[in-house]
Design a protein around this ligand. Structure first.
Ligand SMILES: Nc1nc2c(ncn2[C@@H]2O[C@H](COP(=O)(O)OP(=O)(O)OP(=O)(O)O)[C@@H](O)[C@H]2O)c(=O)[nH]1
Ligand SMILES: [Mg+2]
Length: 595
């Protein structure tokens, strides 16, 4: 049997032993070195400890979640926060919004061109229809309303407008007429009517045809956020079934790289370089113009469009075929601005024709008859009244333009603020805030839930002008009904029981306009009865409905905070945002026993 002779010293101790033949002088020098090393080590330990303590003491960020259906004004509210408290951040992104505003403008023009072409082809197929410049208005056709059988088939899941007044087995205080619908079918008017259009309109149609390609190119360049949510018939609050136990389901994964931030990133990167190139080529263009006399820049831009490639260097077929990838970037990041710059040149060359189209009395008459005029003017991203300014070569978006621009949010976007300005209540001015802006379409709402258990406040946007509109993603659902459904689910959520809820009854400006136009609220919300058809009374009534739900469904007693807002009005919203900011901060301090 082999026995191992055990060394009483381990290898490390042995290595550190002083040499056997160490002289007294060497020993003294060694001990000095060791004492020095110990001192340094202790200093490092002390520094690490202090760092850890400081990290612990650093105030936790205040987290605020913005919720509401699509187009309710969540991203616009974020922009108002940036304007009020983080203007440098807002300015940084401002020029990149130009491409989005251009797309908004071009879309409106193309929508009008679509109507025009339908109207013109109709007029040529009805040679005997009398021509007139002031079309007569026919009574509203009843066939535009959904049939009863459709209503019945659409009511499954209790989530649709046509299900009447119940939500998940609960009765809503609000009665919404399932058959009332202000939406006219834009495809075909249901009654014959004389068209006030002529060859002049055909010419405008031809001259503006390049804008079709520009729309496709800008959409391609900016990514998936430029198109509205696809049809989807899911529930209003898909997280509800998971919520009762306060459990976070694992399948709720969130991507935060998508949305308007990444869309802007595409056009932002390379912005200055592209601008320099563009300005340089503009100088050349001027020289050419002098030399060639009559050849103007409009003709040149249009000739460029006759080429098989789009101005963005991608043929439209290729562009449509290419996979957008996980975040919708489609490999175009960084290329967007040169492309957007080319689009801007062409848009500028079409400025006069766009203005002429919008100002034309015949076009206005056709749009009014099809109820398209108000829908365009009051819809998101309307810039036709500013066409001369927005289409100008040197156009730079104003703050107001950015606030009015429309780009859908996809996934969840995170905004971190360290406020530029000190809060009026002067408390913890340096504390970081995180705003979470979510996509509001029904198909995006599953991504909301993971944020419920780690937020301090929730701002809920309910657009109250939408009482007569339907969801874009599910045409069976009334938009006000949808807002009430989400609000009820938010109020009753156990995870949100201790969260401060702040309600923005938004789009009050549009509510006012609608009522001034004579739209009768009781026609859509039958429970409104014969109360006065005035914006103030209507807003008060809707606020009460939201408050009733809040009181009835909150798991614990809490204060109801609500504001009547028009978040495109940045001046008025600045006051609201300041109040909300201070309210959230105070509540946070109270909860943390700091106040
Ligand atoms: N007139 C008017 N327009 C508004 C108001 N609030 C928002 N808008 C416009 O409505 C459009 C949609 O607003 P967004 O803030 O993008 O809506 P959102 O809730 O973020 O929508 P998603 O990202 O799709 O969920 C934008 O063009 C806004 O300028 C308002 O109070 N009045
Ligand atoms: Mg948004």
């Amino acid at each position: 049997m082999v026995t191992l002779a055990l060394d009483p010293l381990d290898p490390l101790t042995r290595a550190l032993l002083p040499p056997k033949d160490e002289s007294p002088a060497d020993r003294w020098a060694r001990e000095q070195r060791e004492a020095q090393a110990r001192l340094i080590s202790e200093q490092i330990d002390a520094q690490l400890k202090a760092g850890r303590a400081a990290l612990k003491k650093r105030p936790k960020p205040i987290k605020v979640l913005l919720l509401g259906q699509s187009e309710s004004g969540k991203s616009t509210t974020v922009k108002n926060f940036q304007l009020a408290y983080a203007y440098s951040q807002f300015i940084e992104e401002r020029s990149a919004w130009r491409a989005v505003i251009h797309l908004n403008l071009v879309r409106s023009v193309n929508t009008i061109l679509d109507v025009l072409s339908r109207e013109l082809s109709r007029s040529s197929s009805q040679p005997h229809s009398p021509r007139s410049t002031s079309p007569t208005r026919s009574p509203r056709p009843s066939i535009m309303r959904p049939s009863t059988s459709h209503a019945a088939s659409a009511s499954k899941g209790g989530s649709s407008l046509l299900s009447g007044t119940t939500i998940s087995g609960d009765t809503l205080v609000l009665d919404i007429d399932p058959d009332a619908d202000d939406d006219l079918d834009d495809d075909e008017p249901c009654w014959p009517s004389p068209t006030p259009l002529s060859d002049r309109h055909r010419l405008l149609q031809l001259r503006l045809a390049p804008l079709r390609q520009i729309q496709r190119d800008l959409e391609r360049s900016l990514g998936a956020a430029t198109t509205e949510a696809p049809e989807y018939s899911g529930a209003a609050a898909p997280w509800e079934r998971y919520d009762s136990g306060g459990r976070r389901p694992r399948e709720f994964a969130v991507t935060s790289r998508t949305g308007w931030k990444s869309a802007l990133r595409r056009v932002k990167s390379g912005y200055n370089a592209a601008r320099r190139v563009s300005l340089g080529s503009r100088e050349e263009t001027k020289a050419e113009q002098c030399a060639q006399g009559s050849l103007n820049s409009v003709q040149r831009s249009r000739r460029r469009l006759a080429r098989p490639m789009s101005p963005f260097g991608v043929s439209s077929q290729d562009a449509n075929d290419e996979d957008e990838g996980e975040d919708g970037l489609g490999g175009l990041e960084g290329q967007g601005e040169p492309q957007a710059q080319t689009a801007a040149e062409i848009i500028s060359s079409c400025a006069e024709d766009m203005a002429a189209l919008w100002a034309d009395a015949g076009v206005q008459a056709v749009l009014a008859r099809r109820k398209m005029k108000t829908r365009l003017e009051e819809g998101p991203g309307f810039f036709l009244d500013d066409v001369a300014r927005v289409a100008a070569r040197e156009y730079e978006p104003s703050d107001e333009d950015v606030v009015r621009a429309r780009l859908r949010t996809m996934g969840v976007q995170e905004y971190r603020f360290r406020f530029d300005k000190v809060s009026p209540i002067g408390l913890e001015a340096d504390r970081e805030w995180i705003l979470y802006d979510v996509g509001g379409a029904r198909s995006s709402r599953h991504a909301w839930y993971p944020y419920f258990d780690d937020i301090n406040a929730l701002i809920f946007l309910a657009p109250i002008s939408c009482f007569d509109e339907r969801l874009a993603e599910d045409r069976r659902v009334n938009r006000l009904q949808d807002s009430l459904q989400i609000w009820k689910a938010v109020c009753s959520s156990m995870l949100l029981a201790k969260v401060q809820l702040i309600l923005f009854l938004n789009k009050c400006d549009l509510l006012e306009k609608k009522i001034q136009r004579g739209v009768q609220v009781s026609q859509y919300v039958t429970s409104y009865g014969n109360r006065p058809n005035e914006a103030k009374a209507v807003a008060k009534y809707f606020r009460q409905q939201f408050k009733d739900i809040f009181i009835k469904h909150s798991p614990e007693k809490r204060t109801f905070y609500s504001y009547l807002t028009s978040v495109v009005d940045t001046k008025a919203t600045a006051v609201t945002v300041a109040a909300v900011h201070d309210g959230i901060q105070r509540q946070y301090m109270r909860d943390a026993d700091i106040l």
